[in-house]
Design a protein around this ligand. Sequence first.
Ligand SMILES: [Zn+2]
Length: 411
Amino acid sequence: MPKPQRVRPSTPVLPTHARRQNLSLVLQALYSRGPMSRADLARTLGLTKVTVSELVSSLLDSGHAVEVGRTTEGRMGKPGILIDVNRSGLQTIGIDLSDHRALHAAVLDLDGTVLARAQRPFLLEEHTPGAAAATPAPRDGAAALALVLELVAECQAAATAPVLGIGIGTPGIVGRDGVVHTAPNLGWIDLPLRERVAVASGLPVSVCNDADAAAHAEYSLGDGGDDLILVKIGRGVGCGLIVGGSRVRGAHLAAGEIGHVVVGTDGGTPCRCGKVGCLETWVSAPHLERALASATTARLPGRAGSAGTVDAPGPVDDPGDLGADPLAAAGERLAIALAPVVAALDLADVVLCGPEHLVVPALVDAVERTLRARMLVRTESELRVRRVAEPDDIVVRGAAALVLWDQLGVA
Ligand SMILES: [Zn+2]
């Protein structure tokens, strides 16, 4: 007997919804295909010329679209006027709160080109080795928010055209209403970030998790396929998941939050969450940097056992004990955590993203080698493991792309 189908509750489609959707369709067509005449738009969208003319008039009035010339192709009748999204006449602001050294913001055009930048230093306080069990002092959430508002104001001043909206990629779990539920590294608990920034700026604001923003950029602006996982190594470790071309959010909006999954049964470093051996204690940027520094120190001639040395010789005494090749070891740990996810969702694309000096071939190769060793991968091409194609500004660009999605309905 067939199982009863689940029916997704649907909201009634009001005329205003249909109109908004049609406006988005026009902008989406123009944004992805370039300038078109009203007649071509009508043909492409399957709408009447009268409807398209009315929609285009509205978009011209609001400044979302502009006339950019006339068609040159020899068609019957007089040449049509070409309409395009107001690419140079609208800008967006993208903000990345995930870097463990600074908060970044940028003004971008609609193609994702960065036009101006702003940043504020924001160092993640680290506990010292030997006091590894201590929890880092809670961040001053008000100070972090004040810096974000400063960045917004600076970008608004730097914008040379009307700003369509502000996109923010933040660590932590973000609710549908733009509330950041927990972002310990920023000192935020249930902070209504979208509302606070919208009130301060007078602009529409979109907020999402930083790894989701990066996955969004890779999917909509980059080389990403329809089934991908993007692992973002920064202050912590998080993932953005695209399955079947849709962003996965999960039952509690925390899909991809694998940073505090314990990897292995061999112990490890106490984590700030209270557990021991979380993925974050193996792979986050602060931990990797400390492990690299310790490995370098350990290799210095005469260090181990030399007269006057107080440190114990032997294995690197960094909290993660990642050994002499910390990046390869971290890649292996990461892949151990990823393999069941990649296999269960049958993902084809594993994309690694993080600081350039950390996401190096040694780490990427270790991830690929370990994944292939732990999964049933039928062919070489079935699984692609790679560093993100365009790592620069990926969260900023992804957050800005989110604004296009939310405000223009374009992916
Ligand atoms: Zn943890």
